[in-house]
Design a protein around this ligand. Structure first.
Ligand code: UDP
Ligand code: MG
Length: 326
């Protein structure tokens, strides 16, 4: 009978979350046992420098459903999640933040939708609490622009909190690009997907690892991974400025022929030079962004390095602890 019950892997990327792990564990474990869900909880330690690992070990001593996957340094949440997916044994995996912003109470509902045949069940925030107006607005523009310039559909107001079926996990782990814009990858793989609305709570403890610079880079990642529109914009911008420059050149030529050449026009000269210089540098910068990513990918490094994987014996993976997928 035991065999028929599906195993659910809970994947939790953690980076310096010592304060929150105990309450996260308690609340999540309560939901899992309360609903008779057969599970493993994989904490992916993304190079934490606080007592995160010690806290997880303490929990592991009392609960053998917990596994610890430590990366050799901080690789970022996107890669930490990927590592967790690679090590998940479950028939399905659910990725959840440790800071309790993703309510674990949604887990049974997600599993119910998975039983209904959905491969990806994502949680959609009903409102973005505790976020500034500017952040909300920029997020909105970003998704709108990405939507119109690429062929993939990225659902609005979704984080990473979601359930993935086994075949969705396999599909996702076949995408080994280094620049991982997960929200794009989730929808790129296709399969039937559905959403569950929820209220996102403010962080319970610790601090968010996001700031505007990180958000900007995240947006850049999204764009460069899923659309080459900026390159086209550069082309057309260049074309337009050349046409304008040509027209202006004709105007200057005829003006000089008709009225002679009193030394004037310093301001217009400066403006033109500066403007064209700016346009050229911008276009070069855009090309550079793509080139840098091409360079990154071409090195073909593994996505992450594992420094430790420990789980109770029945979850133990075959192969060495230093295994990493390519
Ligand atoms: N996280 C991670 N690696 C990082 C940054 C964050 O594994 O480099 C984890 C973090 O511990 C948390 C989750 O990703 O469990 C979400 O992080 P955070 O709360 O900072 O992001 P936000 O909720 O503000 O989007
Ligand atoms: Mg958070």
């Amino acid at each position: 009978m035991e065999q028929d019950i599906p195993l659910i892997s809970i994947v939790v990327p953690v980076y310096n979350e010592e304060e929150i792990i105990p309450s996260f564990y308690e609340r999540t474990k309560g939901v899992l046992t309360g609903n008779d869900i057969k599970h493993e909880i994989i904490f992916v330690n993304d190079g934490s420098v606080d007592k995160t690992v010690a806290t997880i070990r303490e929990l592991m001593a009392t609960d053998d459903s917990i596994a610890l996957l430590s990366l050799s340094r901080n690789f970022g949440k996107e890669i930490a999640m990927t590592a967790g997916f690679d090590y998940a044994h479950g028939d399905t995996a659910i990725v959840i933040d440790a800071d309790l912003q993703d309510p674990p109470e949604l887990i049974p509902e997600m599993i119910a939708q998975w039983n209904n045949g959905y491969d990806v069940v994502y949680a959609t925030r009903l409102e973005r609490e505790g976020e500034t107006f500017i952040r909300k607005l920029t997020a909105k523009w970003f998704y709108k622009l990405l939507q119109t310039s690429s062929s993939i559909h990225i659902p609005r107001d979704t984080g990473d909190y979601r359930l993935l079926s086994r075949r969705a996990l396999e599909a996702l782990s076949s995408l080994r690009e280094r620049n991982r814009f997960m929200k794009g990858l989730y929808s790129w793989i296709g399969f039937p997907q559905t959403s569950i609305p929820y209220h996102r709570e403010p962080r319970h403890a610790g601090t968010s690892k996001w700031n505007y610079w990180k958000l900007w880079n995240f947006a850049l990642e999204g764009f460069t991974s899923f659309t080459t529109m900026p390159l086209k914009v550069a082309t057309y911008l260049g074309l337009m400025t050349s046409i304008a420059a040509f027209a202006f050149g004709l105007y200057v030529l005829f003006k000089t022929l008709l009225y002679g050449d009193p030394v004037a026009g310093y301001p217009s000269l400066m403006i033109t030079i500066l403007f064209l210089g700016g346009v050229q540098l911008t276009a070069l910068g855009i090309i550079g962004e793509y080139l840098a990513r091409l360079f990154d990918e071409s090195k073909n490094r593994p996505l992450y390095i594992v420094s430790e994987y420990s789980a109770s014996t029945h979850n133990e993976r075959n192969g060495s602890a230093l295994e990493s997928k390519y």
